[in-house]
Every structure is written in structure tokens, then in C-alpha cells.
Design a protein. Structure first.
Length: 168
């Protein structure tokens, strides 16, 4: 940091200083989350991708609600703080793993062979405020008939395109 500090002139930061500081802030951004019982806690390092809302029947059953709200996160940006031994995994369909707390049952994430290195974190686990926004609704053809879709974001009847599911 001494080199960057040497670039300052007249008390105002030089453009390179601002760039380095913004990059450091981006890289040091940390989002904390935990399961309901608090036995599993974790950090996500870096910016959050937009939130994906899935209406498929399998996600509704796994969450016990009308939707699953997911943020794709690079596995390398996900850090367990405690409770990794409380993690239980279930292969809900070929190539798709769902992870949850074996004490309280909170769903933590899913991962798919088709998206290697990506965890789809359940947004409700993150401490507020969550610095993200809704990206799209997926599998709207199989949504719960009793739950409305708020208009204004893209809707995909049979799932989102692959490029819409990537991390930032």
C-alpha cells in the first residue's frame, strides 16, 4: 500500500489510487450467512450475483414454499466458518446435489454437474441487507397456482438460459 500512497498529490487521491482502493473494497466485500440453528455459518467473498427465483416443483418441495431464491457463487468465494460437519447432502436428481443442515434442516445450497465450481446459495440465509436484486423467474410453467409472480423481471417457462445462470 505504500506505493499507492505515494501517488497522492495535494491531498487528492490519484486515479490509480482510486482504482486500487475500489478493487480492494470489491475483493474485501464479505456477506455472512447461517442456517436457522446457527450451527453452520459461512462467508461469501466478493460481489453477489443477481437473485434467481426458481418455481419448479422440486425446488418448491425442497424449500417447503412457493419458490427457491438462489444466488450463484463461485465455490472458491464460499467459506465455511463453522459447522461443516453438520452439512448433509442429498442427490435430488442425477447430477444435482442439495446441501442442508442436518440439525435444523435449513437448505444451504445446491450444486450441479452442469455448472462445475458453482454453488447456488439460498438467499434467505444471508444477513440483511442483501446487496443484490432479482434477475429472473425460472420454470414458471410449473409454479404454484396459489403464488403470484411479480411482473417486471424476465420469466422463463422451462428454465433460464445457461448464460443467465453464471456468476458475475
Amino acid at each position: 500500500m505504500a506505493f499507492v500512497g505515494a501517488l497522492r498529490t495535494c491531498g487528492a487521491p490519484a486515479p490509480l489510487t482510486l482504482f486500487v482502493r475500489q478493487h480492494e473494497i470489491h475483493m474485501s466485500t464479505k456477506h455472512q450467512g447461517s442456517c436457522l440453528c446457527g450451527g453452520i455459518s459461512f462467508n461469501i467473498h466478493g460481489s453477489l450475483a443477481p437473485i434467481q427465483v426458481c418455481h419448479c416443483s422440486q425446488c418448491r418441495q425442497a424449500q417447503g414454499g412457493p419458490v427457491a431464491t438462489n444466488i450463484p457463487v463461485e465455490a472458491s468465494a464460499f467459506e465455511f466458518l463453522q459447522g461443516q460437519d453438520l452439512l448433509q447432502q442429498y442427490e435430488s436428481s442425477p447430477g444435482k446435489i442439495r446441501a442442508f443442515c442436518k440439525v435444523c434442516g435449513s437448505p444451504l445450497y445446491s450444486k450441479r454437474d452442469s455448472l462445475p465450481g458453482v454453488l447456488r446459495i439460498r438467499v434467505g440465509l444471508l444477513q440483511e441487507p442483501v446487496g443484490s436484486h432479482l434477475a429472473f423467474h425460472a420454470f414458471t410453467n410449473s409454479k404454484a397456482n396459489w403464488w403470484p409472480i411479480v411482473p417486471g423481471i424476465p420469466e422463463y417457462p422451462e428454465g433460464a438460459p445457461q448464460n443467465a445462470q453464471q456468476t458475475p
